[in-house]
Write a protein that binds this ligand. Structure first.
Ligand code: NI
Length: 378
């Protein structure tokens, strides 16, 4: 039997009350496995400590990936929900409990029609989205290499309950992280010429790196550089031996991402040269941008219309989402990341963030129908 609203709410409130941090989602994994197994849904062997991949259908048609995340955040919940977090300091403040519930609902609904599905689905319950590592880890297991496309879900407090946010093209940013250490030569503050001071070089970098966005790339292509942490020295009369800064760069396309990285390296190296310090650049490439396929966006609007669900144009964000790992590994695959309006008065990652569970059935119906439409179309 597909899940009723009461069933969905039950699951949602249980997951919400028992939040777990990334890569530690053992109870959530168990709940997902039990729910799927009790409905005879095939679970694929996943070589990760947490996370679940379910497989439904025997059709020869396309294999559709449906992906959700399941981890919570290190936040002390401050709502007065009857099903609020029972775990001190941990909270589902991004709606991943909602995502997991929706995909369980979709799994059970598709299971009902398993024998008549023209293709297959793989439902991915991915760990550790908040750490930006789970999508990478799961996609690299190779377990979903056979999927021809991927559908992703995220709650969105900006829309009224149940409205689907859809937009073509890049919608979320590639997230790269950098750390630069500048090695100089420490000396007495009174004798700067006897050492090499890394501090003016660091200060110059803070301002000159802003030209990545303002001077070096197309102003119509978003580039963000936030330097969030700097350290040098530990007292007032000593010029330090070295200093560091770190931060993040966000871009929306692979081309701009590559361009910005090379400008970044050149600015750091040339500035260091000018100030006679030795740079060490650590560059951590995070998840790529989420880029929605136009044909899937058109299909999503048609499916939403057929179910009587409202749609709206989703706004872009320079936040990141490792859903993109499934769109880019092991090859480029079309996909769509759909936002679901879940109301509430507080933003994501806020201790009073809530999602309205009334949006669950619409989201289940949408992804169920969308998966079937994708199997028929591709
Ligand atoms: Ni999230």
């Amino acid at each position: 039997m597909p899940l009723s609203y009461d069933d969905l709410f039950q699951i949602f409130s249980r997951i919400h009350a028992c939040p777990e941090l990334g890569m530690q989602e053992t109870k959530t994994t168990l709940l997902i496995r039990d729910t799927l197994a009790s409905h005879d849904i095939t679970l694929l062997p996943l070589p990760l400590a947490t996370g679940v991949v379910a497989s439904i259908g025997h059709g020869k048609g396309p294999v559709i990936g449906l992906r959700c995340d399941m981890d919570a955040l290190p936040i002390e919940e401050a709502t007065d929900l009857p099903y609020r977090s029972q775990v001190p300091g941990i909270m589902h403040a991004c709606g991943h409990d909602f995502h997991t519930t929706v995909m369980l609902g979709v799994a059970l609904a598709l299971k009902e029609e398993e024998d008549s599905l023209p293709g297959q689905v793989r439902i991915v319950f991915q760990p550790a989205e908040e750490l930006a590592t789970g999508g990478y880890a799961l996609s690299r297991t190779g377990i979903v290499d056979d999927c021809t496309m991927f559908l992703g879900i995220h709650t969105y407090p900006g829309f009224t309950n149940g409205t689907l946010g859809i937009k073509e093209g890049p919608v979320m940013a590639a997230v790269d992280r950098f750390r630069v250490t500048l090695r100089g030569r420490g000396t007495h503050a009174a004798h700067p010429h006897k050492g090499i001071d890394p501090v003016p070089a660091l200060a110059t970098l803070v301002t000159s790196l802003q030209t990545l966005a303002s001077r070096l790339t197309d102003p119509f292509a978003p580039v963000l550089c936030s330097i969030t942490h700097m350290e040098a020295g530990n007292t007032w009369n000593v010029i330090p031996e070295s200093g560091m800064l770190e931060g993040t760069i966000r871009t929306m396309t692979p081309q701009v991402r590559a361009e910005v990285e090379s400008h970044f390296r050149r600015i750091v190296e040339d500035t260091s040269h000018a100030f006679r310090v030795e740079p060490v650049i650590e560059w951590h490439a995070g998840p790529p941008a989420v880029i929605n396929d136009p044909a899937l966006c058109a299909l999503a609007r048609t499916v939403a219309d057929s179910l009587g669900l409202q749609t709206a144009l989703q706004e872009d964000t320079l936040g990141g989402e490792d859903f993109s790992e499934f769109l880019t590994y092991p090859r480029l695959r079309p996909g769509i990341f759909v936002r679901i309006g879940t109301g509430g008065d507080y933003p994501q990652h806020h201790p009073r963030f809530t999602v309205d569970p009334q949006a669950l059935p619409g989201a289940v119906a949408f992804f169920t129908q969308m998966a079937k439409a994708c199997m028929q179309k591709a």
